[in-house]
Design a protein around this ligand. Structure first.
Ligand SMILES: Nc1ncnc2c1ncn2[C@@H]1O[C@H](COP(=O)(O)OP(=O)(O)O)[C@@H](O)[C@H]1O
Ligand SMILES: [Mg+2]
Ligand SMILES: [Zn+2]
Length: 275
């Protein structure tokens, strides 16, 4: 018989709580003894639980970091705007819009600057996206299943022209069954609690029925599911209605409430800074 498995019993005092406990002292093949347990069975269990929690905390931190990277990829904010934040926005130029977007909380908004460009609409909505990505919970520890759950990205950004192109693309799938369908586009947008559509009114189609159908699908879906939408546009109020269609405009008005349409005036920041 190998002597490795043989042992003797010894009574010891737990180094943690002082309780007496009996422990087995194991011997190596060469006859030397392995170090005895320092802790009683109860303290040993607690110690193991504490180590598990530490490990999970670290795993949770890692998961949050990975999730943030994934969210940045997923949120659709273009490269040059990903760095834009509320901190580098000169708020005194657009105090109303700045307060509304920075203080955004579960509501829909329309930022309109009829006829003027470069007043900071895209900057503000991208700053909001960035803020949400950084501050929202990215992963949680579920104690019941002892597992880490990664959470949904809170916001997605697109432009009217990108959105329409993405949907038009689904009509040319041909035999490519991997390519997304129209229904899948809507489903994937519906995952995000907040949808930002920049530059509403940029596309001037000859036939408005396709464009208005897209807006209706999206706005009606958000309306019934109490999800939020932020639109930016250079159109004025009546032009928005003509552009997206009456039924969508009606729902949008209700979703935004009476303070949700924010008019931005003033000079283009691009031109100002060149002076
Ligand atoms: N109030 C502001 N403070 C700092 N930068 C601004 C401000 N307004 C606009 N900008 C900058 O000017 C440029 C044009 O703004 P942008 O958000 O694209 O305008 P819009 O979408 O209304 O046409 C961007 O580089 C943006 O960061
Ligand atoms: Mg813009
Ligand atoms: Zn103990």
């Amino acid at each position: 018989m190998p002597s490795q498995t043989s042992s003797r019993k010894e009574e010891r005092a737990c180094e943690e709580c002082g309780a007496k406990f009996e422990t087995a002292i194991w011997m190596r093949a060469d006859g030397s003894e392995l170090p005895p347990d320092r802790l009683c069975p109860a303290c040993k269990r607690k110690e193991r639980e504490r180590q598990d929690i530490e490990r999970y905390k670290q795993d949770l931190e890692d998961a949050k970091e990975l999730q943030l990277e994934k969210w940045f990829d997923e949120c659709g904010v273009p490269g040059i705007f990903i760095e834009k934040s509320f901190a580098d926005f000169e708020s005194e130029l657009q105090p109303k819009a700045f307060d509304a977007v920075k203080g955004w909380m579960d509501t829909s908004l329309v930022l309109l600057s009829p006829g003027v460009y470069g007043v900071g609409k895209t900057h503000l909505v991208c700053a909001l996206a960035e803020h949400l990505l950084r501050t929202k919970d990215k992963a949680v520890f579920r104690p019941t299943s002892y597992s880490i759950q990664r959470l949904q990205c809170p916001v997605t950004f697109t432009t009217e022209s990108k959105l329409l192109a993405r949907i038009r693309n689904t009509f040319n799938r041909g035999d490519d069954y991997e390519a997304e369908t129209e229904a899948e586009v809507y489903k994937s947008l519906a995952k995000f609690p907040l949808l930002i559509i920049d530059d509403v009114g940029k596309v001037r189609p000859r036939d408005y029925s396709f464009l208005q159908g897209v807006y209706f699908n999206i706005i009606d879906d958000r309306y019934v599911n109490e999800q939020y939408i932020i639109l930016t546009t250079n159109l004025d109020y009546t032009e928005i209605e003509e552009h997206i269609g009456g039924a969508s405009a009606d729902r949008l008005r209700e979703m935004c409430g009476k303070n949700g349409f924010i008019k931005m005036t003033g000079k283009s920041y691009r031109r100002r800074s060149k002076q």
